[in-house]
Design a protein around this ligand. Structure first.
Ligand code: ADP
Length: 500
C-alpha cells in the first residue's frame, strides 16, 4: 500500500478521498487554490500545497504543478477525483511518466472512452447495443441533415468530446438542423476545444440507468449494479438512487454483463461507469463510459457495502478484488440529493455568498458528503455542488421518508440552495411512485419550484416568535436582536414548516 497519496481535487470529493486514505492508514496531501486557502479539504488532509490562483485553469487544471507537489511531498500516487483532470489522458500519462501511480484507469482506456464516437465504435465491435446514429463526426450541417432524414426525427446532436450535457441539441425537424448544428459545434468548441459533433436518434422518455464497474489489474471485472439517474435538469443529474425501480434482477444481470464486456474491451482497470438509456420496453442502449469516480458513487456504496474509493486506491496499489459477482446483490435502497448553490426559485441561477450557518442532518441512515462549513465562501470559480445528502433505507419508501426528514434537518444560511426543491420532490406523488423518465423533471419543474410568500402581519409575528424560541432553545439567543434579515425569515418559515 502507498505511504502517501495526493488528492488532486477540492470540495466534497477531496474530503471523501482523504477519508478513504485515513481509513487505509495512508497519509494524504491536499492541493488548493488561493480561493480555497483554509478550506475544509486542506485541513482534513495531513498536508496541503498551494497550487495557484483561484481560476481552475491556473490551479486545479495545471497538471505539472500537481505532479510537482506530489514529488515534493513524497506522495506515491495521485487520485484525481471527478472533473478537473480526472478524464484527461495526457494527465494520467504525465503522472505515470513522473514515476507515480494514477489512481484511475490506464491512459489508453481513458483515450478509448474519451470520445463518444470512439466509445460507440468500441461498443458496436463488442456487440453492445447503442442508440442508432452516425458512426463518426459530421463535417457539415448538410451531412447532419442527410443523416437525420435517414434516422428519422427527433434526433440529438452531440459533441463527440462532450460531457456534463454540454454541446447537445435536440432537433425535431429538418429546418432546425442548420442552426442547431452551428450552436452545438460552437458550444463544443468552447467547452472542450473540439467542435466534432455527431448525431443520435432521440429516444423518447427513457430512463438513464448506469452500471458501476470495478476492475482490478488481475483480470477481475465486476458489476456493482445500477444507479437510476433519470432526474435531470438540462441533462444534469439532480438526484440519484440505487437500485432502480425499473430494473429487475434479470435486467440487472444483463446490463451488468454488458458493462463488464465494455470494460474488458477497453482494457479497463479501476472504477468506471457505463451509462445506458433504458426505454419503456426494457431495451437498453449504451451511451458512454465515464472513466473515473462518479459524483453519485455513494448510493452504490450504501446498497453494496463496498467502499468504492478505498477499492480504487487498493486496486491502484495492485490488490486483487476478493468478491465474486454472485455475492454482489443490492441490499435496501439509497438516494442521493445534490445540494447545489443554485436558486430554484430563480431559474436555478448560481447563488454566491458566505455560508453563515450550516446545520447538517444526521441520525439513522444518513450520510453527508460535504465540502463546506460555516464561514465558507461560495463563489463562481467552481462547480455549484456544495454537498451530497445520501440516505439508506430498508426499501424505497423508507429511503424517501428518511430523505424528507433529513432535508428538513438541513439548514444552509447565507446562500440559496436546491434544498427546498428536493424537499418538494420527496413530496411529489409521481416521484414517490417511481414513475419518471429523463424528461419528467423538466415537465414537472414548475410545481417543484415554490416561491414562498413573504410572511406578513400576524403570521410574521408568529414566525418571529417561533424563530426566537428556537434560537433560545439552541442557546444562540443574541444579546441584542438585530432586525430579522431575509435569511432569518427564511429559517423562521422553515421552522414553521417543520411544525406543520
Ligand atoms: P454527457 O456526457 O454530456 O453527460 P450523455 O451522452 O451522457 O452526455 O447524455 C447526457 C444525458 O442526455 C443523458 O443522461 C440523457 O438524459 C440525455 N440523452 C443522451 N442521449 C440521448 C438520446 N439519444 N436520446 C434521449 N436522451 C438522451
Amino acid at each position: 500500500m502507498f505511504d502517501k497519496v495526493l488528492v488532486a481535487n477540492r470540495g466534497e470529493i477531496a474530503l471523501r478521498i482523504v477519508r478513504a486514505c485515513r481509513e487505509l492508514g495512508v497519509a494524504s496531501v491536499a492541493v488548493y487554490s488561493d480561493a480555497d486557502t483554509g478550506a475544509p479539504h486542506t485541513r482534513a488532509a495531513d498536508e496541503a500545497v498551494n497550487i495557484g490562483a483561484a481560476p481552475s485553469a491556473e490551479s486545479y487544471l495545471v497538471g505539472e504543478r500537481i505532479i510537482a507537489a506530489a514529488l515534493r511531498t513524497g506522495a506515491r500516487a495521485i487520485h484525481p477525483g471527478y472533473g478537473f483532470l480526472a478524464e484527461r489522458e495526457w494527465f494520467a500519462r504525465a503522472v505515470l511518466e513522473a514515476g507515480l501511480v494514477f489512481i484511475g484507469p490506464p491512459p489508453d482506456a481513458i483515450a478509448a472512452m474519451g470520445s463518444k464516437t470512439a466509445a460507440r465504435a468500441l461498443a458496436i465491435q463488442s456487440s453492445v447495443p447503442v442508440v442508432p446514429g452516425t458512426a463518426s463526426a459530421l463535417a457539415t450541417a448538410d451531412a447532419a441533415r442527410k443523416a437525420a432524414d435517414e434516422i428519422g426525427y427527433p434526433v440529438l446532436l452531440k459533441a463527440a468530446a462532450g460531457g456534463g450535457g454540454k454541446g447537445m441539441r435536440v432537433v425535431r425537424a429538418s429546418g432546425e438542423i442548420e442552426a442547431a448544428f452551428g450552436a452545438a459545434a460552437r458550444e463544443a468548441r468552447a467547452a472542450f476545444g473540439d467542435d466534432a459533433v455527431y448525431l443520435e436518434k432521440y429516444i423518447s422518455q427513457p430512463r438513464h440507468v448506469e452500471i458501476q464497474v470495478l476492475a482490478d489489474s488481475h483480470g477481475t471485472v465486476l458489476s456493482l449494479g445500477e444507479r437510476e439517474c433519470s432526474l435531470q435538469r438540462r441533462h444534469q443529474k439532480m438526484l440519484e438512487e440505487a437500485p432502480s425501480v425499473a430494473v429487475s434482477p434479470e435486467l440487472r444481470r444483463a446490463m451488468g454483463e454488458t458493462a463488464v464486456r465494455v470494460a474488458r474491451a477497453a482494457g479497463y482497470v479501476n472504477a468506471g461507469t457505463c451509462e445506458f438509456l433504458l426505454d419503456a420496453g426494457g431495451k437498453f442502449y449504451f451511451l458512454e463510459m465515464n472513466t473515473r469516480l462518479q459524483v453519485e458513487h455513494p448510493v452504490t456504496e450504501l446498497v453494496t457495502d463496498i467502499d468504492i474509493v478505498q477499492w480504487q486506491i487498493r486496486i491502484a496499489a495492485g490488490e486483487k478484488l476478493p468478491f465474486a459477482q454472485s455475492e454482489i446483490e443490492p441490499r435496501g435502497w439509497a438516494i442521493e440529493c445534490r445540494i447545489t448553490s443554485e436558486d430554484p426559485a430563480n431559474g436555478f441561477l448560481p447563488s454566491t455568498g458566505v455560508v453563515q450557518y450550516l446545520g447538517v442532518p444526521s441520525g439513522p441512515g444518513v450520510r453527508w458528503d460535504g465540502g463546506i462549513e460555516a464561514g465558507s465562501e461560495v463563489g463562481l470559480h467552481y462547480d455549484p455542488m456544495l454537498a451530497k445528502l445520501i440516505v439508506w433505507g430498508e426499501n424505497r419508501a423508507q429511503a424517501v421518508a428518511r430523505m424528507h426528514r433529513a432535508l428538513l434537518e438541513l439548514t444552509i444560511d447565507g446562500v440559496e440552495t436546491s434544498r427546498d426543491f428536493h424537499l418538494r420532490l420527496m413530496e411529489d406523488a409521481e416521484f414517490r411512485a417511481g414513475e419518471f423518465d429523463i424528461q419528467w423533471l423538466e415537465r414537472r419543474l414548475d410545481s417543484l419550484i415554490a416561491v414562498s410568500p413573504p410572511p406578513e402581519g400576524v403570521r410574521a409575528a408568529a414566525l418571529a416568535a417561533a424563530f426566537l424560541a428556537e434560537e433560545d432553545r439552541l442557546g444562540r439567543m443574541p444579546a441584542m436582536l438585530p432586525v430579522a434579515s431575509g435569511d432569518q425569515w427564511k429559517r423562521a418559515a422553515r421552522l414553521d414548516a417543520l411544525r406543520e
